[in-house]
Write a protein that binds this ligand. Structure first.
Ligand SMILES: [Zn+2]
Length: 325
């Protein structure tokens, strides 16, 4: 954990950066989080603005964020070495068109977001899925050790962004890392994807909220883990089952692509060390009967996404800069 944090200002050669400032934006349903990266890959500034939903609203929000960060760098937006966006939804990374992003109020016909922004700002713009840029940002934060990692997002659903040999692995149809839809229990709950017992039906924030709804207005995961800590037997059981399902996701990632690190992110990861501990315990329990699994040291590979640097926005900046390198 500590090295994840301290490596935030790693050198440029490991990330393959070009010179000049780059801006990256994590465009969420409620806020736009922006990061300014200097030529050496260090975080030089951040901005946080509310997201205006809808096509024109998103464009306006992004333009404002880029202008603020360019001002902070003392350059015009057109003098940036690139702008990258992470968008929660289906994005064509080749064109930067947003096909589907319900949380941003973008649906229906594909929306040429990157192209419109590039014309408005006078700088190359790339757009990608938010999970992919988060994986790039996490790799950047880990430094040279982060060339092989998976960013496992535990949020509404469960999915991973995968970086192998320092490059994103998207897959032939962009579905690499969609491990949330690997069934782990043939008798489990029906998943919206049409299968039964998918990992996501056990290990997402949504699944957890259904089994332990928020009672005091705080996030369900926090309330569940507190109740478990206080000794509520049902909460203890649900927490253990949740941790076991997250551990199954970790196992799948390591056994498939043998990533060195599995970085836990997404809303549920706000639980912090209490989540990390529970997942490590589950991994150790699952590994115990198997010398093979034990030899893979699964628990040692799991870490938390850094909370002191905006990984998704930083990853977006890296993606944006690479486009023009
Ligand atoms: Zn499914």
């Amino acid at each position: 954990m500590s090295d994840v944090r301290t490596a935030a200002s790693m050198t440029s050669e490991a990330a393959g950066l070009t010179s000049g400032y780059a801006v990256g934006l994590d465009v969420g349903g409620t806020k736009v989080f922006g990061a300014l990266l200097s030529a050496d890959g260090a975080l030089a500034g951040t901005v946080r603005l509310p997201t205006v939903r809808g096509r024109e609203g998103v464009v306006t929000s992004v333009v404002r964020a880029v202008e603020e960060l360019a001002l902070e760098a003392g350059v015009l937006p057109g003098e940036l070495s690139g702008v990258g966006l992470g968008v929660p939804g289906l994005v064509d990374p080749a064109t930067g068109s947003v096909v589907h992003a319900v949380n941003l109020g973008i649906d229906g016909e594909p929306f040429a977001l990157a192209e419109i922004l590039a014309a408005r700002l006078g700088v190359p713009v790339v757009a990608d899925n938010d999970l992919n840029v988060a994986a790039l940002g996490a790799a950047h934060a880990l430094g040279p050790r982060g060339r092989d990692l998976a960013f496992l997002a535990l949020g509404t659903g469960l999915a991973a962004g995968i970086v192998i040999d320092g490059r994103l692995r998207r897959g032939a149809s962009g579905a690499a890392g969609e491990i949330g839809h690997i069934p782990i229990d043939p008798l489990g709950p029906l998943c919206p994807c049409g299968q039964r017992g998918c990992v996501e039906t056990f290990a997402s924030g949504t699944a957890l909220g259904e089994r332990w709804p928020s009672r005091r207005g705080r996030p369900a995961p926090a309330e569940l883990f507190e109740a478990a800590e206080a000794g509520d037997p049902r909460a203890v059981q649900i927490k253990a089952e949740f941790a076991a399902a997250v551990a199954a996701a970790v196992r799948i990632l390591v056994l498939t692509v043998d990533v060195q690190h599995v970085v836990l992110g997404g809303g549920v990861s706000a639980l912090g060390d209490t989540l990390l501990d529970a997942v490590r315990v589950a991994l150790d329990e699952q590994s115990r009967p198997s010398p093979f699994l034990t030899s893979l040291r699964l628990a040692d590979r799991v870490t938390l996404a850094p909370t002191d640097v905006p990984v998704a926005a930083m990853g977006a900046a890296i993606a944006g800069r690479r486009k023009v390198s």
